[in-house]
Design a protein around this ligand. Structure first.
Ligand SMILES: [Zn+2]
Length: 493
């Protein structure tokens, strides 16, 4: 992995906080480091005679982070929280609020106490794929020591928040040396730190590069892309639409579903050890918020739901306010790779992208030694704590999770604008190639309906979004072709 540090861009930053936002975006722009709200960064600044920790706000995405997304908290009071024996999440968040210099600023990251107690001005935290491929193995700690020598400390798994801050602090206090430039958190991710923005950022890149080199030296880097021919399977678009309907019904709301049949996904779906490797759990708990703990193999949504309810009954804390729905978000099928579901097109794509990275981590860890994940209880704690965004999306967008097909799209921009604004995914159909670039956003697919006819267009639509719920067309032929798909819509009847 290469450093993307640019002297000109860094010099153009008007303040240290702007520089903090700049290197955070460098990290966030690299999906092999961190995705969709994962990871966090901070800088400690001296302002008006007091030390202020600027830490990324909870929920913001490192790829897009700006100065306003960092929350200023007084360093001393949040640092001293580490002296407590235990601290519940609600109490901890109240303490952050009390220490916040700007009450309008976003809620500070759940890892604020951890950042505050690291004696470095600049701190970075990611869920780097390459590091997880080492850390998520049976002998994870030994691999990390072999790859990084004494430059990093190894921290056992703890739930994010106060427990994690506490164990990191203990390990750092006892074991840090002048050579320490980072910490690897087993089954979670990695921290790097430094005295300058560049040093801290480039230490993260250097550590991840070392993990990559270690995997390459052990022939555990290249992902196998060869696979046996497809097994017999019903991969027609009606089968895909039926699967989306069943998943949506199990979830209790309509979902967009994205079918991923690229070479790597097909090769993974046809691995002889699929039933074992895919059913061990996520590479880092944050992934489970999008993918759930396990993907479904095959089509038995009811069986998956029954297993999931058992997982909740056995592992959910008694005081959990809200439990996740029992529908899978990832379905693996040797016939077509995998399908990723989400409350809208953005979330379905996020699920797909996270699972692509997860497959690489599974394959590399297995090639290195043996992929090992966390216990179900630990994964569920993260699912409960960070999940639940679906309801927020649904209350904001009336058509979230629904798919609309609009014929004569070039002449129907007003209608498409309205559908997109209400949260629907839209397939625009027209006879000219300009339809493809009519909108450049993930919830729009432009399809030229010409040479390959209506069947080809519907095939593209269903593979991209999982089905069709709303049809806007004056063509009888198109209405006829869509009838079976509309009958499979999760919002029909
Ligand atoms: Zn993390």
């Amino acid at each position: 992995m290469n450093s993307l540090w640019n002297d000109g861009a860094a010099a153009a930053c008007g303040s240290e906080l702007a520089l903090r936002a700049y290197t955070s975006r460098l990290l966030g722009g690299e999906k092999a480091l961190v995705m969709y709200g994962g990871g966090n960064t901070s800088v400690k600044l001296r302002q008006d005679g007091e030390d202020i920790l600027y830490i990324k706000g909870s929920g913001s995405d490192l790829a897009l982070v700006a100065e306003k997304d960092f929350s200023p908290v007084r360093l001393d009071p949040v640092k001293r929280l580490i002296e407590r024996e235990a601290l519940g999440n609600d109490e901890m968040i109240a303490a952050f609020r009390a220490a916040q210099k700007d009450p309008q600023a976003p809620r500070p990251s759940i890892e604020t106490v951890l950042h505050a107690n690291l004696p470095f001005k600049w701190v970075e935290h990611t869920h780097a794929d390459a590091v997880l491929a080492l850390a998520d193995t049976r002998s994870g700690e030994a691999h990390i020591r072999a790859a990084f020598g004494n430059t990093v400390l190894v921290v056992p798994y703890r739930h994010s928040g106060f427990e994690l801050a506490k164990v990191c602090h203990e390990v750092f206090t006892r074991q840090a040396t002048p050579d320490t430039i980072g910490m690897v958190l087993l089954h979670h991710g990695i921290f790097a730190f430094g005295a300058t923005a560049r040093e801290s950022y480039e230490r993260m890149i250097a550590l991840v590069s070392r993990a990559e080199d270690y995997l390459k030296r052990r022939q555990a880097w290249d992902i196998p892309l060869h696979f046996p021919a497809a097994l017999e399977g019903d991969d027609g678009i009606e089968a895909i639409a039926a699967l989306r309907r069943d998943i949506s019904r199990a979830a209790g709301f309509p979902m967009v579903m994205n079918v991923c049949g690229d070479l790597m996904s097909l090769a993974f779906a046809r691995r002889p050890d699929l039933a074992s490797l895919s059913q061990r759990g996520p590479a880092t708990p944050q992934h489970a918020v999008f993918t759930k703990r396990l993907p479904l193999l095959g089509r038995d949504i009811a069986g998956y739901g029954a297993e999931y309810r058992r997982y909740l009954a056995e592992n959910a804390p008694a005081d959990a306010k809200r439990l996740p729905d029992p529908a899978p978000r990832v379905v693996i099928d040797p016939a077509w790779g995998f399908a990723a579901a989400g409350v809208n097109a953005f979330h379905a794509d996020a699920t797909a992208e996270i699972f692509r990275h997860a497959m690489k981590i599974f394959c590399r860890a297995e090639a290195l030694e043996q992929y090992v994940s966390l216990s179900p209880r630990e994964v569920l704690a993260a699912e409960i704590e960070y999940g639940g965004f679906e309801q927020a999306v649904r209350s904001r967008y009336a058509l979230a999770g629904q798919v609309a097909l609009v014929d004569q799209a070039l002449a129907s921009r007003e209608r498409i604008d309205e559908l997109l604004a209400k949260g629907a995914a839209v397939v625009g159909l027209d006879t000219v190639p300009a339809v493809r670039a009519l909108y450049r956003r993930g919830d729009y697919l432009g399809v030229v309906c010409g040479s390959d006819g209506i069947d080809g267009a519907l095939e593209q639509a269903v593979r991209r979004f999982g089905g069709i719920d709303l049809l806007f067309s004056e063509s009888d032929e198109l209405a006829e072709a869509c009838r079976p798909l509309l009958a499979l819509s999760p919002v029909s009847n």
